[in-house]
Design a protein around this ligand. Structure first.
Ligand SMILES: [Fe+2]
Length: 383
């Protein structure tokens, strides 16, 4: 059985920001809560968005989104939403503000004060109704694709980093203006770009039936692979930024098909206290080991991905593809492994247990055991 859903309204191109006013009118959103973070404010991006809003529109701003959004941050933003009588959310930023916006939009309209019962692994998807507050998502990075995805990942009060997911959480509008990504620094361009590549590769390898998602995944992989290095090297390369923004969006449009062990590992790794590890960078580090691990279970998909990224036929193997990802990581300045990122070996067991309980563990082509997850971390540790 195949469940295939494509729903999002998307305005995409340089200059798309100019459409914000008209789009808000279409949605009937009159008192938005802006959810963003201090980096977006400091980069002057909020000022650009504000200039595209009607001058007399009452706007409340929450800029306290943490690097990995949490339930307490959700409650802070929710309190503003309620006290200011907001009727919708404009999320501006990378995955964190967009994911936080989904959590706020959910809790503003659904019972309870805890998010965890709505988590996918708790069977929460069925509880999320169309009442979710309308969200306009304006990405400032090219990686997460949260602007078109049905999910968000939040660190719960329990300490677990869990996903909420439902078609009802998909933003009513994704407003993607690559102009907003031109100033993204190289290390964030690299990390977020590898998140987009991980989405395309993991989705393509996931075993569920969704040929349209696979076609989108390969196109996203092609675009991201050909343009990531250019954007890292020259942030103002408009063609590279356009293609990366499209690849990121495609990655998230298609990952409804399911992700896998890379994300199952990076979610609990990102929840490790005191480390504040970047999601996409973690994915980049885990990907080579997972490609090798998945190989026996994915038929010709390794060879097809190798062909898309332009590897010669003799390198169209799991080894060849994993090496190509590792070489890309090195060229764009991704840390050499978990060790270089500061992950202690003592955290491996916690992360492996988290991976087993992650929703992405359920959609991976080959399900690792706890020992195998630890083995994947060892293989990703680096010298
Ligand atoms: Fe991701």
């Amino acid at each position: 059985m195949a469940l295939i859903t494509y729903l999002t309204r998307i305005q995409f191109d340089f200059g798309a920001l100019k459409l914000l006013d008209a789009e808000l009118q279409l949605l009937g959103m009159r008192r938005p809560l802006v959810i963003t973070d201090k980096g977006v404010i400091a980069a002057g991006i909020w000022d650009k968005v504000k200039a595209s809003l009607p001058g007399n529109m009452p706007v409340t701003v929450y800029d306290g989104t943490p690097e990995n959004p949490t339930e307490p941050a959700m409650r802070d933003a929710l309190a503003l939403y309620m006290s200011e009588g907001c009727d919708g959310i404009i999320a501006i930023g990378g995955g964190s503000p967009m994911d936080l916006a989904k959590a706020v939009g959910l809790m503003a309209t659904h019972p309870g004060d805890s998010l965890q019962p709505y988590a996918m692994v708790e069977g929460g998807t069925a509880k999320i109704t169309p009442k979710v507050a309308p969200i306009v998502a304006i990405p400032t990075t090219s990686g997460t694709g949260s602007e078109v995805s049905r999910g968000g990942v939040i660190i719960m009060d329990s300490g677990r980093k869990l996903a909420i997911g439902s078609p009802n959480l998909i933003p009513r509008l994704a407003l993607v203006d690559p102009e907003l990504t031109l100033g993204l620094p190289p290390h964030l361009t690299a990390g977020t770009g590898m998140d987009a590549i991980a989405h395309c590769m993991e989705t393509f390898m996931a075993p569920s039936v969704n040929p349209p998602a696979e076609a989108i995944a390969l196109d996203g992989l092609d675009k991201a692979w050909r343009h990531l290095e250019r954007a890292v090297r020259t942030g103002g390369d408009r063609e590279a930024r356009w293609n990366l923004a499209m690849a990121a969006m495609e990655g998230a449009m298609c990952f409804q098909k399911g992700l896998g062990a890379v994300h199952a590992l990076s979610h609990p790794s990102g929840a490790l206290k005191g480390l504040r590890l970047h999601h996409g960078t973690l994915n980049a580090v885990y990907m080579p080991a997972v490609i090798r691990y998945n190989a026996p279970a994915v038929g010709d998909k390794i060879a097809r991905m190798a062909q898309v990224i332009g590897l010669p036929e003799r390198e169209a193997t799991a080894e060849g593809l994993a090496d190509a990802v590792a070489a890309m990581n090195e060229r764009i300045g991704i840390p050499a492994g978990l060790k270089a990122m500061g992950v202690p070996e003592s955290a491996f067991l916690t992360v492996a247990e988290g991976a087993l309980g992650d929703h992405c563990h359920l959609t991976t082509p080959r399900q690792p055991t706890k020992a195998e997850y630890i083995g994947l971390m060892e293989a990703s540790y680096g010298a």
